[in-house]
Design a protein around this ligand. Sequence first.
Ligand code: AKB
Length: 320
Amino acid sequence: MNSFNFDFMQKSILILGACGQIGTELTLALRAKYGNDCVVASDIREGSKELVEAGPFELLDATNYEALEDVIMYYEIEEVYLMAAMLSATAEKFPSRAWNLNMNSLFNVLDLAKEKKVNRVFWPSSIAVFGPNTPRELTPQHTIMEPTTVYGISKQSGERWCSYYHEKYGVDVRSVRYPGLISWKTLPGGGTTDYAVEIYHKAIEEGTYSCFLAEQTVLPMMFMDDAIRATLQIMEMPPETIKIRSSYNLAAMSFTPAQIAESIQKHIPDFSMTYNPDFRQDIADSWPGSIDDSKAQLDWGWKPEFDLEKTTAEMLRQLK
Ligand code: AKB
């Protein structure tokens, strides 16, 4: 190992929202890579034993600037991953709470980076930044956005602020627009794409699933291992390679509820599905069906590894 890598291994990292769907796996991956003691997990509530006992854990509200600053100074944090957020479906029920959480936590982290108290920030954006006037197929990196959900508006505003803090204050902030994420370790909470996780649990437990989206609703999706790899990859790149400081389009696969059901039936032939679309259908209908992520491929070598068949095989194997 050369000396550059050695220095790199020593950095101290803080994850906000470490007990959520992405935060849990990100914490485990970063601890595996940099060592348990270098990665401080934090959340507003306590999470699994695995997270809390394996390395430092802090109960922390990311919207509380002073508390956040204290943790950053105490652990001499260099990198922050801001994973705390209210997702699309819940945000429609609590618009002002969603706006406060999603925006204030971001301002806190960006301001601490502006004051040079942290060196690098990761902040997740989403396909929710797009809206009904966006081209639906292979949605380009730069295009009409006009999101119609509270969550999408907060993500689009967040992107503009990230770009602004980079331009005006030199903040090294990096971001990707995650599609719907499929994982087995931690359940998602409050998203529109959550059906693509619930379906595997129900297939195993009950052999049937009532889907809250309609049969032919195509959405971009990604297996969690790919999402974590993308996150680590973009954060490791030298700053000059990161040309887009709002957020990068990121893609792996696109499918409908009918197609995921079909892929499950290859493993569980008796699995059946019914369709009962609810308010989340309108949210899904406003989002793209597929994403053009050529800028991420070009700038930092992004390449997904999981398609639908591989994802289904892995989800069923792990959950069983
Ligand atoms: C949601 O459904 O709200 C999230 C997302 C696409 O950002 N999974």
